[in-house]
Design a protein around this ligand. Structure first.
Ligand code: ZN
Length: 419
């Protein structure tokens, strides 16, 4: 018997065979994983596979987790008594050994392992940057075939580890992240691989929820508040879902961590919608030209998982959460403050979360005694480059005008080269 089952959040139907699907009865609702047992950590197992709340069976590779530690530097600067930092990235002095420098590594590890145990043979992934690097890396580690699609506009800030350079990567010349998702879906159909499914994939969300598993193991209870920068919102939904499991377990607290989520202005569609308590995003906030004005294109999707049943709107509602819109200048300042006070570089998107925490302190949205978890979703890139060389991605370029026949031919040739 499996240690988990998958259930529709809306109609409670249990699905046996549900690799990244919506419920067939209610297509607007996310499926969630229900684990049979309470939270448990397997002794003697290192890395993330020691947790029982992951939808995998017998992973055959090592996957490092985040490092959760109690902050002194940043906590002191902000006047907070009980600030924990979940550091996702490379910082060997603290025990952080993720060479992709992004929390998307857990997502990739759990998604690929879950797909393998569902007898899936390969996968197409769309990404605005970090997810691409994470999946390319895990494809190398596990040998599981992956094809990656990225928008060309994100290429200049993208990098791969050396071993990942052979992973087939397509750059979409004429479109943004959302168009890359559309192209990835077409390629998935043509190849007979599933599309990784984005927020719909339960393995993706449960993988991102590892941050909360690690925190509860370290701290012994749920935090009062949780800070993260959001693009699609998948990571925040994941943390909310994990906290629901902890509340059901009953041993780690009786209240959800309040979600404090942030986006980079002027592209911050969820900020305004939430401020107005609207379940629907406003079209004028989703204009592509707004994306060109932000520093953090990795959090720039025009299709966030906001309105869907079980999405960001519901997560904010359930936790009485708050959204922050952060200006570019404040992002840079926050990145600097973090490096100065904690002693490690972080990515700009993580700076958005730090700036949100600063604003929350200033505006009195948090109490100094609160147990706060700050998710540093990526960091240590500079630190990593002191040791190893990172590489520019060398993709195959495609236009969205590509025909299905051309697409099939291309897939045939790139997959031949790989095998
Ligand atoms: Zn349903």
């Amino acid at each position: 018997m499996s240690h988990y089952r998958i259930k529709c959040r809306k109609c409670s139907t249990v699905l046996d065979d549900a690799f990244c699907a919506f419920c067939e009865h209610c297509r607007d609702s996310l499926l969630v994983t229900e684990y049979r047992d309470g939270f448990a950590v397997e002794k003697g197992v290192s890395g993330v596979w020691r947790y029982n709340w992951l939808p995998v069976h017998s992973p055959g590779f090592y996957q490092p987790g985040p490092v959760v530690y109690r902050s002194r530097g940043l906590a002191g600067a902000l006047g907070l008594d009980d600030l924990y930092i979940a550091f996702n990235g490379y910082w060997p002095e603290q025990g952080a050994e993720m060479t992709t420098c992004t929390f998307k590594e857990f997502e990739a590890a759990v998604v690929l392992e879950n797909a393998r145990s569902n007898t899936i043979e390969g996968m197409v992934v769309a990404s605005a940057g970090n997810t691409a690097r994470a999946f390319a890396h895990l494809s190398t580690v596990t040998g599981f075939p992956v094809i990656i699609v990225v928008p060309q506009m994100c290429l200049f800030e993208m990098w791969y580890l050396e071993a990942s350079l052979s992973i087939p990567t397509i750059a979409l010349e004429d479109g943004d992240y959302s168009d890359a998702i559309d192209l990835a879906k077409r390629m998935a159909l043509a190849q007979g691989y599933p599309f990784e499914g984005g927020v719909k994939n339960i393995a993706k969300r449960d993988g991102l929820g590892i941050v909360l598993l690690e925190t509860v193991e370290r701290v012994g209870k749920l935090p009062d508040r949780y800070f993260q920068a959001v693009g699609s919102g998948t990571g925040a939904i994941a943390v909310w879902e994990m906290s629901e499991r902890f509340l059901r377990d009953g041993r780690y607290g009786r209240k959800h961590p309040v979600l404090h989520l942030a986006q980079n202005l002027p592209f911050a569609p969820m900020v305004k919608a939430w401020d107005m308590r609207s379940r629907t995003l406003f079209q004028e906030d989703l204009r592509p030209e707004l994306i060109e004005q932000i520093t953090t294109r990795v959090i720039s999707t025009r299709y966030p998982a906001y309105s869907v049943q079980g999405g960001v709107f519901d997560a904010l509602t359930a936790t009485d959460g708050r959204m922050y819109g952060i200006e570019n200048d404040d992002v840079y300042a926050a990145v600097e403050l973090f490096e100065k006070t904690e002693g490690i570089d972080i990515v700009l998107a993580a700076g958005v979360a730090v700036a949100a925490l600063q604003e929350a302190v200033k505006e009195g949205h948090v109490d100094r005694k609160d147990t706060i978890l700050l998710n540093i979703t990526g960091g240590g890139e500079k630190r990593l480059r002191q040791e190893i060389k990172t590489h520019r991605v060398k993709p195959v370029f495609l236009s969205k005008a590509v025909t299905d026949a051309e697409l099939e031919e291309l897939l045939c040739s790139i997959l031949k080269n790989v095998s």
